[in-house]
Design a protein. Structure first.
Length: 118
């Protein structure tokens, strides 16, 4: 069975503008958390089982853009497999605040960032 897309993320140098843009364009609700540096969790309003997301500030040069996060049973196993297939690890397994689990980032062989979430 394949691994599902579980989350999307938009990272911007002007995250407040991005939050307003996507909220207005798609009628999304963005709940900004000041404790997370202004990161906003997105409710697309698509109902139970819909993929949620986040829109937040850039934390490092070159990290802006749109990413998908794929739910995997084991972050390290997936990172190891990505490297075997020609990808590279960008961020090792890292705890998220609260009860949001853990994440990691990899780059595919073309350099596209892909998030993993467990």
């Amino acid at each position: 069975m394949g691994m599902p897309i579980a989350f999307f993320e938009v990272v911007s140098d002007d995250h407040e503008r991005a939050q307003k843009f996507y909220a207005a364009l798609f009628d999304w609700q963005v709940a900004v958390d000041p404790g997370m540096g202004g990161y906003g969790l997105v409710d697309t309003g698509s109902g139970e089982g819909a993929i949620g997301g986040g829109i937040g500030p850039s934390a490092a040069p070159g990290d802006t853009g749109v990413k998908i996060y794929v739910r995997v049973p084991d972050l390290q196993t997936s990172l190891d497999r990505a490297e075997e297939l020609g990808g590279t690890v960008l961020v090792p397994p890292t705890d998220l605040p609260g009860d949001y689990g853990r994440f990691a980032l990899l780059a595919d062989p073309d350099g596209n960032p892909v998030g993993l979430w467990a």
